[in-house]
Design a protein around this ligand. Structure first.
Ligand code: CP
Ligand code: NVA
Length: 312
């Protein structure tokens, strides 16, 4: 029998919704899902997927995770449900929580996700908002833990836009005590709400560094991480952002400034020759597809932790 501890909070809207202990427990459980034949039976449990933006990894990993746990999913496409017609979130959330046992939502405004959570009586998971991507960060830190065994002395440098992915890397990194450096063009720094939260968790240990100086940020780093320059919803800023991010590509020259055993991560999808060169993407240092695989194991662990509390 495996004892699963239910998370203290009912929802996972932010990396900050879990404690350090809970983050470590989810990573451990995800590792067990990956490497052991864990048997769970969440028979009859249903996960609703409300995706206002496109997705490959998050959607499919949630579907497969739920299926492996013995449950099922419903894909609630906003364009074919009443969501796309503008039914109020508070009505949709109350209805969906009568049918589903847990709901994963990908949307634009973080406040819309919070509105769902306010009205839902079932757990709500952040499957990406403009502010955060907390499920991604858990999979990223699982990949880092697999590589370096623990988080002691690990330096993660994120190069790119200080938005959802960077924000969650910072928050989750602060819970796990990882030194996080963000290198971005001026004006693309992470959310100040996130920076302040993280600094409190780090207890002023000076482990969070935000800089516009790429080479300082990369020097000696163990993990180089990047994301697209223009996120979903920013399609009309593509040209302008490409100009601003010029010089922030992870290429071999930059990789050579990092620690000699550094690994490369990317949440995907990737745009070669923009945020990363094909040479680095395909290099031996890349753990990008291990990272993508880990989305599945982390979703299983997260769903099990949110749905459980019982001996399984
Ligand atoms: N990394 C990630 O969330 O990918 P998708 O947009 O394909 O879900
Ligand atoms: N920052 C990207 C992440 C995609 C997984 C976006 O929001 O589009």
């Amino acid at each position: 029998m495996l004892k699963l501890n239910k998370l203290a909070k009912n929802n996972f809207l932010s990396s900050f919704d879990i404690s350090t202990r809970e983050a470590l427990d989810i990573l451990e459980l995800a590792n067990n899902f990956k490497n052991k034949d864990l048997k769970f039976d969440f028979n009859n449990k249903v996960l609703g997927l409300v995706f206002d933006k496109s997705s490959t990894r998050t959607r499919v990993s949630f579907q497969v995770a739920m299926s492996r746990l013995g449950g099922s999913t419903i894909d609630l496409n906003p364009s074919t449900s009443q969501i796309g017609r503008g039914e109020p979130i508070k009505d949709t959330a109350r209805v969906l929580s009568k049918y589903c046992d847990v709901i994963a939502i990908r949307t634009f405004n973080h406040s819309d996700l919070e509105e769902y959570a306010k009205w839902s009586t079932k757990p709500v998971i952040n499957a990406l908002t403009d502010l955060e991507h907390p499920c991604q960060a858990l999979a990223d830190y699982l990949t880092i833990k697999e590589e370096f065994s623990d988080f002691k002395n690990v330096v993660l440098t994120f190069i790119g836009d200080g938005n959802n992915v960077a924000n969650s890397l910072i928050l989750c990194g602060s819970l796990l005590g990882v030194e996080v450096r963000i290198a971005c063009p001026r004006g693309y720094e992470p959310s100040s709400w996130v920076i302040n939260k993280a600094r409190k968790i780090y207890k002023n240990k000076d482990l969070l560094k935000i800089t516009n100086d790429l080479y300082t940020a990369v020097s000696g780093a163990n993990v180089l991480y990047t994301d697209v320059w223009s996120s979903m919803g920013e399609e009309n800023q593509k040209e302008e952002k490409e100009k601003h991010f010029n010089g922030f590509t992870i290429d071999t020259e930059l990789v050579n400034k990092a620690d000699k055993d550094a690994i490369i991560l990317h949440c995907l999808p990737a745009y070669r020759s923009k945020e990363i060169t094909d040479e680095v993407f395909e290099s031996k240092k890349s753990r990008i597809f291990e990272q993508a695989e880990n989305r599945l194991h982390v979703q299983q662990a997260l769903l099990a932790s949110l749905l459980s509390g019982e001996n399984i």
